[in-house]
Design a protein around this ligand. Structure first.
Ligand code: FMN
Length: 179
């Protein structure tokens, strides 16, 4: 289609149904589940996030998408650092608490935390931690995309990860090396 041709569909009707259709299609995209945390001058906060992915390994960078309406948002908007905690299968309740309408103090009371390089809370027994300095922040629709440069990370030997697929939690075991 060139820019002069009229589209064969009703753009307004399409945009009216797109968000729900998009969410339905996205429910088929299995994703790892993370609790993203921050602490600093704007306070301690955390939320459950599946919209986390690698951007580049030079320099090691990931991105996190956060809804600007989330109660955690003001802390992420003003603090300089965050930690992505990759959940293991044992963390389903932690995911529910950080993904629901639970007050911040109650969320953190659900699990054990430490602090390391950045001061952002690090979850005990998470499959991996990525402590990051938040760089660029790009507003897209309802969300901010946070581009995060890794400053420290670790992994642990938990045997199963937590996945979110078809609006339900699933567990995926690690295979033996080469298996
Ligand atoms: C499995 C799962 C994945 C989620 N992924 C994201 C995400 O990537 N970005 C986001 O902003 N919210 C995501 N959420 C929603 C937030 O965790 C949730 O809105 C927030 O913690 C609760 O909102 P509140 O703090 O305003 O009560 C997810 C929730 C669940 C259960």
């Amino acid at each position: 289609m060139t820019s002069l041709q009229k589209p064969e569909y009703d753009v307004e009707a399409l945009s009216a149904v797109l968000p729900s259709a998009f969410r339905e299609a996205m429910s088929r995209l299995a994703a790892a589940v993370n609790v993203v945390t921050t602490d600093g001058p704007a306070g301690r906060a955390g939320f459950t996030a599946s919209a986390v992915c690698s951007v580049t390994d030079e320099p090691p960078t990931l991105l996190v998408c956060i809804n600007r309406r989330a109660s955690a948002y003001p802390s992420f908007a003003d603090n300089p650092a965050l930690c992505v905690n990759v959940l293991s299968a044992d963390h389903q309740q932690v995911s529910n608490t950080f993904g629901g309408k639970t007050p911040m103090a109650e969320r953190f009371a659900q699990a054990d935390w430490t602090t390391r390089e950045t001061g952002a809370p690090v979850l005990a027994n998470a499959l991996a931690h990525f402590e990051c300095r938040i760089g660029q922040r790009v507003a897209v629709g309802t969300h901010d995309v946070l581009f995060c440069e890794i400053v420290a990370m670790s992994t642990c030997d938990e045997s199963q990860c937590l996945l979110y697929f078809d609006r339900q939690y699933h567990q995926l075991p690690r295979l033996a090396p080469g298996g």
